[in-house]
Write a protein that binds this ligand. Structure first.
Ligand code: FES
Ligand code: CO
Length: 325
């Protein structure tokens, strides 16, 4: 079923890592809708994955001369979605004006392809680590989750669970108290103060110490945190972005960014994050209601939930309906 949410349709939503779209068109499910993504010489394009002629999935076709060719009768749609060739038409007969594909906004950045279902192309949020020199960036995901995006995002922004769900990895049971902190709303930035977290081995050297987490809400389904070692000023960031597949299913993607060099291979780092994510997954998949309550009278928040509260206020302010209650 199509997810009808005006606000989210105006957003850039993560579709897939860049590496998933090669020469062939690819189908992805986004908000319950089939989308075809393909490459032209001028960049990636996304259309509704539906041919206006007989409803075939364009993603089963091929890309030829920068056009997407329908697999059924070989109508060709150019990068703007205009039909430029209908092989069945007798010579000299004009292509019907209505012969078009429905074009969405599409951009490739930060190692991912992003789609805007309203067909707009607003500026994408900043993630400077991906483009700055000296950073190591690793693409993480996909991780399928049977949950709605706001619950997954809020779990990522939840500081109190670190020493519980991830005990022994991201926290220890003797240090569960969370110091008071504030969340700041600044123009288009929402971010937390630095929150001290005592971790058994925050940087892989085997030494326990206090590191400092800051959380930032970038977009409804895209957030990040930064974990900083104040002794060295080194930090590690994760950008998390969720693809709403349909009403019940989501796919989590991320970028793991290091400001410093680590000895671990990409595979090891990804395996570690997968293990952390596997600890969160059963919790998130079983939360009730599945929707995130935006009314702060529902559920009981603590002071340490300030980031989550800000996230709920932010979704409410934007008017995000999907995945909220
Ligand atoms: Fe696409 Fe006929 S269904 S060309
Ligand atoms: Co977690």
């Amino acid at each position: 079923m199509m997810v009808d949410d005006k606000v989210l349709r105006e957003e850039w939503l993560v579709a897939c890592p860049s590496t998933e779209v090669g020469e062939k068109p690819v189908q992805i499910m986004l908000m319950g809708e089939r989308v075809v993504i393909f490459r032209t010489s001028e960049g990636v394009r996304a259309f509704k994955d539906l041919c206006i002629h007989r409803g075939a999935a364009l993603s089963l076709g091929e890309v030829k001369h920068d056009c997407l060719v329908c697999p059924y009768h070989a109508w060709e749609f150019d990068a703007n979605g205009d039909c430029v060739s209908i092989p069945q038409l007798p010579k000299g007969r004009a292509i019907p004006k209505k012969a078009k594909a429905i074009k969405y906004g599409c951009v490739e950045k930060y190692g991912y392809i992003w789609v805007n279902l309203a067909g707009n192309e607003p500026e994408l949020f900043p993630y400077p680590e991906f483009e700055a020199e000296g950073y190591r960036n690793i693409i993480w995901g996909p991780q399928e989750v049977e949950a709605k995006p706001p619950r997954i995002i809020e779990n990522f922004l939840d500081v109190g669970h670190l020493a519980v769900v991830h005990m022994g990895a991201l926290g220890v049971s003797s240090h569960r108290e969370i110091a008071d902190y504030d969340v700041h709303w600044e123009d288009d930035r929402i971010y937390s103060d630095e929150i001290p977290i005592y971790q058994p081995d925050p940087d892989g050297t085997g030494q326990a110490k206090t590191v400092y987490y800051t959380y930032e809400i970038l977009r409804p389904f895209t957030v990040r945190f930064t974990k900083k070692d104040k002794e060295t000023d080194q930090y590690f960031s994760i950008l998390l972005s969720i693809r709403p597949v349909d009403e019940n299913k989501s796919i989590a993607y991320g970028i793991l960014s290091y400001s410093y060099q680590t000895e671990n291979s990409d595979e090891e780092i990804i395996a570690y994050q997968n293990a952390i994510f596997a600890q969160d997954k059963p919790v998130v998949e079983n939360q009730k209601p599945e929707e995130l309550p935006l009314d702060l009278q529902i559920e009981l928040s603590l002071v340490c939930d300030r980031v989550s509260i800000a996230y709920r206020q932010y979704l409410k302010k934007l008017g995000v309906q999907f995945g909220t209650v």
